[in-house]
Write a protein that binds this ligand. Structure first.
Ligand code: PLP
Length: 398
């Protein structure tokens, strides 16, 4: 055992983090151990769909923890059955496999597609994914991702992923061969900087995949569970995919993810898929509490309305500071900064008590709690306004 000089040193150093240590959260706010308060527009990277420690999730977890934690993944439990039923009733899918992270759900989707290829398409196994796409940090999901920074890492990658260009149907058509079994994409590329697939592109993709008998997989780990103002992002385009993955928001702050498939695509056989904690009732109880609120039409309408309010405020701010367009849908929006000042803005906003995210150096991404208030949005906009003025002034001096 090393003699760690500071509690930070006992954690693997996998990313740059501000030194603050967070100890409490409620709604749109977080507090650190020095009692500083932060207005949070990151929310665990679009995880806390109902804000920090929402009472509905806390109560559901407490009640479930007292009743049943984990019987075994080899037995049914009532809570996971209820959540699976709720998910299939509110989507176009017929069956669910629960997972513990988005990457694990996507690994499941990749395996399911390969199984489908083996069973029904002469062993076809290639999956067409997209430049800029992000599907997770396991080896297969890094290989499926089209993130440039991943390219040199952890070679050799898992083979079988070919990259097309988003919103370019010809680039997909050109990659289809006898080995292709599926096309996989995010309805909005989140980590790439909030780049939406257009509704027309998704419709063309659905038609193309149907023409060639390919599965269409939507990775809704960031866009699902109300984030875009509909329960699932694919609904905006009026299409029905074959496979969908959920993560982040479905657990409302706890590790829960899901792989959903239509009856036709749901082809795992015994022994193909499993996992110790998969479908454990504790996490599924949180999922039920989240879906109970977000699945309400009035809640989804309020997300769409609040998203429009945020978009309007960002447009005004952008015009005032000579910045670029707003991208995205609902409460997954990005502001194009037109210059690489994202990190400087995030750092200055942090110092002023507002948590922002810059997934690319020239963009800010906004992913607040889905029940964020207009007052909280206005507070964030006021702070960002002053931060942009300061960062702009500092750039002019430099
Ligand atoms: N897919 C998408 C679209 C994501 O945004 C993410 C996480 O950011 C993942 C997959 C990976 O999810 P997790 O970090 O829970 O493994």
């Amino acid at each position: 055992m090393t003699d760690a000089t500071h509690p930070y040193d006992a954690l693997m150093d996998i990313t740059v983090r501000p030194k603050a240590v967070f100890v409490r959260g409620a709604g749109s706010y977080l507090w650190d151990d020095q009692r500083n308060r932060y207005l949070d527009f990151v929310q665990g990277w679009a995880v806390n769909a109902l804000g920090h420690s929402p009472p509905a999730v806390a109560e559901a977890l407490a009640a479930q923890a007292k009743r049943l934690l984990t019987p075994s993944p080899a037995f049914y439990n009532d809570t996971s059955l209820k959540l699976a039923k709720a998910l299939v009733e509110q989507s176009c899918f017929d069956q669910v496999f629960f997972a513990n992270s988005g990457a694990e759900a996507n690994e499941g989707a990749i395996k399911l597609a390969r199984k489908y290829g083996l069973k029904y398409k002469n062993g076809a196994h290639e999956i067409i994914t997209f430049e800029g796409g992000f599907h997770g940090r396991t080896l297969a999901t890094m290989s499926a991702s089209g993130k440039k920074a991943f390219e040199p890492l952890f070679e050799p990658k898992v083979p079988g992923f070919r990259k097309a260009r988003l919103n370019d149907i010809e680039s997909v058509r050109q990659l289809i061969s006898k080995s292709t079994v599926a096309v996989m994409l995010e309805p909005i590329q989140g980590e790439a900087g909030v780049w939406p697939a257009t509704d027309e592109f998704l419709q063309e993709l659905r038609a193309l995949t149907q023409q060639f008998g390919l599965l269409l997989i939507v990775d809704e780990i960031q866009t699902g569970v109300g984030r875009t103002g509909k329960l699932f992002g694919y609904e905006h385009a009026g299409i029905t995919p074959d496979i969908m993955t959920l993560g982040k928001g479905i657990g409302g702050g706890v590790p829960l993810a899901a792989l959903l498939a239509t009856e036709n695509a749901s082809c795992f056989e015994h022994g193909d898929q499993g996992g110790t904690f998969n479908g454990n009732p504790l996490m599924c109880a949180a999922g039920l509490a989240v879906l109970g609120q977000i699945g309400q039409p009035s809640f989804l309408k309020s997300v769409a309305d609040t998203g429009q309010f945020l978009e309007g405020e960002l447009q005004r701010l952008s015009a005032r500071h000579g910045l670029g367009a707003i991208r995205g849908r609902g409460l997954l929006l990005a502001l194009d900064l037109k210059m690489p000042i994202g990190a400087a803005i995030v750092a200055q906003a942090f110092a002023e008590g507002v948590l922002l995210n810059s997934p690319q150096s020239d963009a800010l991404r906004f992913m607040p709690a889905l029940n964020v208030t207009r007052e909280e949005i206005s507070l964030m906009i006021d702070c960002l306004d002053s931060v942009l003025t300061k960062v702009g002034a500092a750039r002019r001096v430099a």
